[in-house]
Design a protein. Structure first.
Ligand code: HPA
Length: 281
């Protein structure tokens, strides 16, 4: 079994951009990229005039392994706007490395994307934010203290993460939720390496540190996107109360089931946000 995460080259990214351009044909270049996590698949189904490209045809993209995750880029329009939707991400818990999505995020930036909308499934630290809730990330805690930029050489690696989650995009998300009568929580997402779920003591620690939700993704891609100059919006779908906050047992199957149940509201919100983005984004 190979566990090393490839370090994609410039040539890999160029070839990936070229392949996506072929798939685009004469459609407009997408300015908005979406990276969909568990339970957010309905957003991909809402894409019109869709053409799919498998990650396997994109040399800068990862090979995916986890059940329940697809591995395709879907090009098309969502809410009337040209988008590139990444269905499936590689997680740091597969390798211990944080840079698995580096080539994919940079490819999107090179293609012309200027905004990255990320979605994930998360555990909630508050009973007032029960399963089915939506949360827009205001900030994150990088608890594993891993970075996808470790091997970068130039000074651009010292990325400023103040307002990593774009305040104007967050305000837009709030307005879109309100217009739909959806409650949108806002809070701090704690990234944990996983793949095991947390202990009750760890969740108490996370609460003390100021976390509102906990999950195993998103943060590496936010760092990569900010490094590539993309504005980032990230949304969590709460699939469970974190360990010890509620009394249910946690499992990956439960996460996927809970995400699927709340997926319709979540996807409608994403669609509304994408439609309402300024052009050029
Ligand atoms: N912990 C970590 N990651 C998760 C959880 C959780 O409770 N729920 C969904 N992803």
């Amino acid at each position: 079994m190979s566990t090393a995460v490839p370090w994609h080259t410039d040539a890999d990214m160029q070839a990936s951009v070229a392949r996506l351009r072929v798939a685009l044909g004469d459609r407009p270049v997408p300015r908005v990229a979406l990276l969909l996590g568990s339970g957010w698949g309905a957003a991909a189904e809402a894409v019109r005039d869709a053409v799919d490209v498998d990650y396997s045809q994109l040399p800068a993209f990862p090979e995916l392994a986890v059940g329940g995750h697809a591995a395709r880029v879907r090009l098309g329009t969502l809410g009337g706007r040209a988008v590139a939707v990444l269905m499936g991400r590689s997680h740091a818990y597969e390798s211990g490395e944080a840079h698995a999505m580096r080539g994919a995020v940079r490819t999107l930036a090179r293609l012309g994307c200027r905004v990255l909308v990320q979605t994930n499934a998360a555990g909630s630290l508050h009973t007032s934010m029960p399963p089915g809730s939506l949360m827009v990330l205001s900030d994150h805690l990088n608890l594993p203290q891993r970075s996808p930029l470790v091997h970068e050489r130039d000074d651009s690696r010292f990325v400023d993460l103040r307002d990593a989650y774009d305040p104007a995009l967050r305000a837009l998300a709030r307005r879109c939720a309100q217009a739909r009568g959806l409650t949108l929580h806002e809070g701090v997402y704690a990234w944990v390496m996983g793949p095991q779920f947390e202990t009750p003591a760890e969740i108490r620690m996370l609460r003390t540190l100021g976390a509102d939700a906990v999950g195993m993704s998103t943060v590496p891609e936010t760092i990569l996107a900010r490094h590539a100059g993309l504005r980032v919006l990230a949304l969590s779908l709460v699939t469970n109360l974190a360990c010890g906050v509620g009394d249910e047992a946690l499992s990956h199957a439960h996460t996927l089931q809970a995400a699927q149940r709340a997926g319709a509201d979540a996807s409608a919100l994403v669609q509304a946000i994408v439609a309402a983005l300024d052009e050029p984004a």
